[in-house]
Write a protein that binds this ligand. Structure first.
Ligand code: ADP
Ligand code: ZN
Ligand code: ZN
Length: 833
């Protein structure tokens, strides 16, 4: 009887948790808590659970309850990782919102949001089988995978999936195992490891002045031991400050002082010194000493006041401040105010701008109280920022787009600098979110304010401001009466006719560059294309080097002596003769940054030239180094891609040359005009500061072009007004919302059929005008898959977006569950940019 009633009460006390797992499955999962865990578990804490047959994953608790799942036996939670939650309630809300809005799964959002260091998981990995003897059994794709495996030590399932661009890789893996080509193994990934420093200190009994003197005397005969002690005292002045001994000294510091290690060991053995360990932050010791804010100029102070004032009526304020107006100082003023009021601040920057001057400047003002969240940081560093936000160490964080997912509890202000930057939108993998838009949603939820800043606001944001949905504050003068640059267009058609071009440089630009070199002033040359040449071309038979897997030409990279596909990363060596006709007349055609650098060396042999693009900035500090050298003034010319337009402020750049504006303005995309205007204006903004008026030369074949005319006049508002009319005419954003649906398959016909069927279903429901396509994607084949696009253009005011998305989701499921379309992949991108 008694045991029965006991069992009964135990059943009553059973608790379950709903958890979100970092997997792309659209649901929460139920697990059972042990009795001890039931006491301690909280929503937002992490647990370790078994998922599937052999995977172990970290999950986050979203709900605790006592209803057993109706259809199956819930497994026990294996481990409870946190006593205090590491994910807040508003974050859980945000994850769900992002998943719903961007049409993906909560697990995918959590996967992006949580730094890997907070997730432990066992992962299935594959590795090349050293006994593999039958390469002839492999398909072409399998051979490629094996080649990658030879180079990498091993690959995770996810990496294999990404490489093959396949939904279900199990079949491929099974076949490779059957052919004895690969070996499977499980790896438990490490979680966050705190940074530990080994230290030593004197035993407490020796802390007093007299005791120390006695000790020194005692060691008189063992000179080497005495040296160790004196070295220690040299670093830790415990004569004056006894408590300093408690903090001790890093062993590594002591050892750096040329002491005898065996003597140190003896002292430790004798019990004169003791060893201990402490956990330190990876960010300590960066304090540059906080420095007073700069005095705001009158126009800056006015702008700052207007922003504060606007916040009393608006949740979101757009700050349109021209290049060089000193937006950073205004941000600092606002951040300080919000921090003083006791709230947290998040400052978002585009990826690349984050490694530069602006962060250094903020560090000077805010010191260690500021956390930096960057994708080039290690996971451990990211975990420290995450925890620092939770425990109040960081009230202020500067970060890239994923910083929007940090566990703030009391946000007062989110600043989105360079809000027009398309790199705020994540393209791959899901969630395909836009950090600016997520910031606004989050702010509305937690009652924070949002400041969007830019010299060239996105058409969407300016439209909202014009229509009074956002506040608008403009600052139209540069700091310190610095003047805007003098912009000129160079008519390339005329120069070509007059035969005044040297390579593809106009005589005008070369003359200005020569003058700059003579005056020891710096020049920036901008071209939006990296590599040496965009393609190789046979002069005899017109062969062009293409990627086998993608419908694009291969870019020629001179330094690496390779042809590279910028879409799939495929590399091959440069053929000496034409693969089709054997001719030796194979020429590099077109121009990339690498070629410009080479051309300029020829034209100006004396000049010191640096290049800044993706290829020269891959390593962790490369970017910083290039900027550092340029800042020091040791470099005459900086050649670069759009990287040179972001967040940089140089004192001695008086000339900016835009090598070719035409590709930008004629690009087939409804945002091309906006992008071109923004890019050219931003790059031009690097020219001239303070007392020096800069010059900008833009090489173009279409000097009459509308966009360039607005650039000439520095007329953002004029550009906006002309652009917004076009957008309205074609019902593009901001008048509509665009959902881009990409349908992929290795079989071109099948991909087209699937896309057409989906488009038809959507048309039937939404009407012809709201559905565009299917059309071949701009690059119609990537990694051997054919791409077709269908676009939904949904009016903002008339459409029930939620219902439309639900309908779309249903149609996609209908499509891919049909046997014929089993292999087809569908990718949805809400608010594609
Ligand atoms: P923006 O980001 O608006 O293009 P920056 O913030 O880079 O402009 O400022 C341009 C230059 O003016 C920088 O060198 C900056 O240090 C300087 N500056 C801006 N405001 C002040 C100020 N109030 N006092 C001193 N220097 C300033
Ligand atoms: Zn040929
Ligand atoms: Zn390719």
């Amino acid at each position: 009887m008694i045991s029965e009633s006991n069992e009964f009460s135990e059943v009553e006390q059973t608790f379950f948790v709903e958890v979100v797992l970092p997997v792309p499955i659209p649901q929460y999962f139920t697990y059972r808590l042990s009795r001890e865990m039931s006491q301690l578990a909280k929503v937002g804490s992490r647990v370790v659970v078994e998922f599937g047959k052999s995977r172990v994953l970290t999950a986050v608790i979203v709900k605790i309850h006592n209803t057993p799942p109706p259809k199956y036996q819930a497994k026990y939670v294996q481990e409870l990782l946190d006593i205090e939650p590491v994910v807040t309630a508003s974050q859980l809300w945000l994850f769900e919102w992002v998943a719903e809005y961007y049409m993906c799964h909560v697990g995918e959002v959590m996967n992006i949001a949580l730094p890997a260091g907070l997730k432990i998981s066992s992962q299935s990995r594959i590795q090349y089988n050293p006994d593999f003897a039958h390469p002839e059994l492999l398909s072409e794709q399998e051979t490629q995978l094996m080649e990658v495996l030879l180079k990498e030590e091993s690959l995770s399932y996810d990496e294999v999936g990404r490489f093959l661009d396949q939904k279900d890789i199990n079949k491929t893996i099974k076949e490779l195992v059957a052919k004895h080509a690969i070996i499977l193994f499980e790896e438990v990934k490490d979680k966050y490891r705190p940074k530990i420093v080994k230290k030593i200190r004197l035993k407490r009994v020796f802390e007093g002045t007299e005791e120390i003197l006695a000790l020194i005397e005692k060691l008189e005969k063992t000179t080497k031991q005495q040296e160790v002690l004196l070295e220690y005292l040299g670093h830790v002045p415990i004569n004056e400050l006894h408590y300093k001994n408690k903090e001790g000294l890093a062993k590594s510091t002591l050892k750096a002082g040329d002491i005898s290690e065996s003597s140190l060991k003896t002292l430790l053995d004798k019990g004169i010194f003791e060893e201990f360990e402490i956990v330190v932050s990876r960010f300590d010791g960066e304090d540059l000493g906080s420095q007073a804010q700069m005095q705001l100029s009158e126009p800056q102070q006015k702008a700052s006041d207007q922003i504060m004032d606007s916040f009393t009526q608006n949740e979101v304020v757009l700050f349109h401040g021209i290049t060089g107006s000193g937006k950073t100082e205004i941000y600092i003023d606002l951040i300080q105010k919000v921090l003083d009021s006791g709230s947290q601040v998040l400052f978002l920057l585009p990826e690349i701008a984050l490694t530069t001057q602006i962060v250094n400047r903020l560090r000077v003002v805010f010191g260690d109280a500021m956390g930096v969240y960057h994708s080039k940081f290690s996971d451990n560093e990211r975990v420290e920022v995450w925890k620092g936000v939770l425990d109040g160490k960081f009230q202020f964080v500067v970060g890239v787009r994923s910083a929007i997912f940090l566990p703030f509890t009391n946000l007062g202000l989110i600043i989105v600098d360079e809000e027009h930057e398309s790199s705020y939108k994540q393209f791959d993998p899901a969630p395909r979110y836009h950090a600016r838009d997520v910031a606004i949603m989050l702010a509305l939820k937690v009652r924070s304010k949002v400041l969007l800043g830019s010299a060239t606001p996105s058409i969407e944001s300016f439209y909202q401001a014009k229509n009074k949905k956002y506040g608008l504050v403009s600052l139209n003068v540069r700091y310190g009466d610095a003047q805007l640059p003098d912009i000129r267009l160079v008519d390339m058609k005329k120069e070509r006719k007059d035969k005044t071009l040297v390579k593809e440089f106009s005589s005008e630009l070369l003359a200005e560059m020569a003058q700059n070199l003579a005056n020891k002033q710096q020049t920036i040359i901008f071209l939006n294309r990296r590599g040496y040449a965009p393609y190789l071309n046979c002069q005899e038979c017109n062969w062009i080097g293409h990627c086998d897997q993608c419908a694009v030409s291969l870019t020629y990279h001179l330094a690496e002596k390779t042809l590279v596909c910028h879409y799939c990363g495929h590399k091959e060596s440069v053929p000496k003769t034409c693969p089709d006709c054997g001719s030796t007349k194979v020429k590099a055609m077109g121009v990339g940054t690498e070629k410009i650098e080479e051309d300029l060396y020829e034209i100006f042999p004396e000049a010191k030239i640096l290049r800044m693009d993706l290829d020269t900035t891959r390593s962790k500090n490369a970017y910083q180094n290039i900027i550092g050298e340029f800042e020091k003034g040791e470099v005459d010319v900086l050649v670069g891609t759009q990287m040179v337009s972001k967040g940089l402020d140089f004192d001695h750049v008086s000339l900016v040359g835009i090598y070719n504006a035409d590709k930008m303005i004629h690009f087939p995309d409804f945002r091309a005009a906006e992008r071109a205007f923004q890019l050219i204006t931003q790059v031009s903004g690097r020219a001239g500061r303070r007392d020096q008026k800069g010059r900008v030369l833009i090489q173009t074949g279409s000097p009459q072009n509308r966009i360039l005319q607005f650039v000439l006049q520095n007329d953002y508002v004029g550009f906006y007004e002309s652009e917004v009319i076009d957008r309205e005419g074609y019902n593009y954003p901001p008048f509509s919302r665009i959902i881009e649906i990409t349908v992929k398959d290795v079989d071109q016909t099948l991909a087209h059929q699937a896309a057409a069927r989906l488009a038809q279903a959507l048309e039937n429901q939404l009407g012809k005008t709201r559905v565009m396509g299917p059309e071949k994607a701009l690059v119609e084949r990537i990694r051997n898959k054919y791409l077709f696009e269908v676009w939904l253009k949904l009016e903002k005011d008339k459409m029930n977006i939620q219902a439309t998305k639900a309908f779309l989701q249903k149609e996609i499921v209908n499509l891919i569950t049909e046997k014929k379309f089993k292999s087809v992949q569908v990718v949805v991108n809400v608010d594609a940019v």
